[in-house]
Ligand binder design. Structure first.
Ligand code: PLP
Length: 399
């Protein structure tokens, strides 16, 4: 056996994701002065490009830091100590954002979701808003695509709940595992603050994040008193780039320019979303086939909430998801995501976002099917064929 695995690592994690060679090459640029006019031109074009992906014409602030930095920026720039946030429970990431809010001195009201596999009930969100007659709730914070469960949340329905109850709360949305993979419409959906990061649908290295911010949110920012400086939008507005307190991470921008070229010009956003829908459905068809013999199941049991960028796969009772991950990694050089929070050991996650095509998905699925055999996990053999049949038709419903 060779000491290092042969062949390329099949990276099927839901973030970070595969970085296309053209982006890797673009990032490997010599350093430039971030005040240089040529850099500033590229910088402005990149900001405009991210706004196109977010579908907004409003404000944008960017941070050197992973998604957590943008999460924190959204909270410290909009709120004051003791303010109440309403957080619908979707999984590990709604819980983590809530924990951060509490640590920052905010009060969190959770919309409980008894069954994570079904997802949060819109009626429960609406009820919480209508009961809040005093308008104590300052914001509703939601995760558009819950990466831990592989589930999607229709943000337009959250907006509709706010409108129907005439509630003035801000709407904050985490798009970390959806942006550049699933459609997102900041302005149309009346979103006040969008949190995004570099390492998923944008196919960049980890370490840059950003927030799209509405006019209404800028008004809220003016009266927010939580302490801030490095992440402060006011401090940023005093700077030439209107973002980044400190040195601008210039190499990210060479990569971002290429990422935006791939998404917006080369493939086109609608095609990008269609590819994610096709690959996501292929993964689900495969897993549904495996489930036929009391095998693993798609964790999401609500068809309206299936995520096209990540699938969490629930193991049958008595079988460990970690054993499958260990086998795929050690035997086949395929990296899968693990289960987070209370799902640890129960699910593994297949990321299907970013720079991905049919053979990459099929290779991952075939490796998982082999790992099911190796580990003696019950399943209906041939799930990969179900994916092949679907993909060979180019996706689509028939058949
Ligand atoms: N929100 C979601 C939906 C995520 O998937 C992640 C990371 O996977 C985060 C937030 C946290 O982002 P980061 O790990 O970049 O700090």
């Amino acid at each position: 056996m060779p000491r290092s695995p042969r062949g390329r690592l099949f990276f099927a994690n839901p973030g970070p994701t595969n970085i296309p060679d053209s982006i890797l090459h673009a990032v490997a640029h010599h350093a430039v002065d971030f005040h240089d006019p040529a850099f500033m031109k590229m910088y402005d074009d990149c900001v405009a490009g991210i706004k196109r992906v977010l579908k907004t014409k409003q404000y944008m602030f960017m941070y050197t830091g992973s998604g957590h930095a943008a999460w924190e920026a959204a909270l410290v720039n909009l709120f004051s100590s003791g303010d109440t946030l309403l957080i619908p429970e979707t999984g590990n990431f709604s819980e983590s954002w809530g924990r951060m809010a509490k640590n920052l001195g905010l009060s969190v009201q959770t919309v409980a979701t008894p069954d994570w596999r079904r997802g949060v009930e819109m009626s429960a969100v609406k009820a919480a808003l209508s009961e809040d007659k005093q308008h104590t709730i300052k914001a509703v914070c939601v995760v558009h695509n819950e990466t831990s469960t592989g589930m999607y949340l229709p943000v337009d329905q959250i907006r509709a709940a706010l409108d129907a109850t005439k509630h003035p709360a801000l709407l904050l949305v985490d798009t970390i595992s959806s942006l550049g993979s699933l459609d997102f419409r900041m302005d149309e959906w009346g979103v006040d603050c969008v949190v995004g990061a570099s390492q998923k649908g944008l196919m960049l290295p980890t370490g840059m994040s950003f927030t799209g911010v509405s006019e209404k949110a800028m008004d809220a920012h003016a009266s927010s008193t939580l302490p801030k400086h490095y992440l402060s939008w006011t401090v940023m507005q005093g700077r030439k780039q209107q973002s980044f307190v400190g040195t601008v991470p210039v190499n990210f921008f060479f990569g971002l320019k290429e990422s935006l070229r791939l998404l917006l010009d080369d493939e086109g956003l609608d095609e990008v979303f269609a590819r994610h829908a096709r690959l996501g459905e292929a993964v689900r068809r495969c897993v549904r086939h495996w489930s036929g013999n009391n095998g693993p199941q798609v964790y999401c049991s609500n068809p309206a909430r299936e995520s096209n960028s990540v699938t969490a796969v629930l193991m049958p009772e008595g079988h460990s998801a970690e054993a499958i991950r260990k086998t795929t990694k050690e035997k086949f050089n395929v990296s899968l995501g693990g289960g987070l929070s209370k799902l640890n050991g129960q699910v593994f996650r297949i990321g299907h976002m970013g720079d991905l095509n049919e053979p990459m998905v099929l290779g991952t699925l075939a490796s998982v099917e082999m790992a099911l055999r190796v580990n003696g996990v019950p399943h209906a053999a041939g799930g990969v064929n179900a994916a092949i049949e679907y993909l060979a038709r180019g996706g689509g419903e028939a058949g």
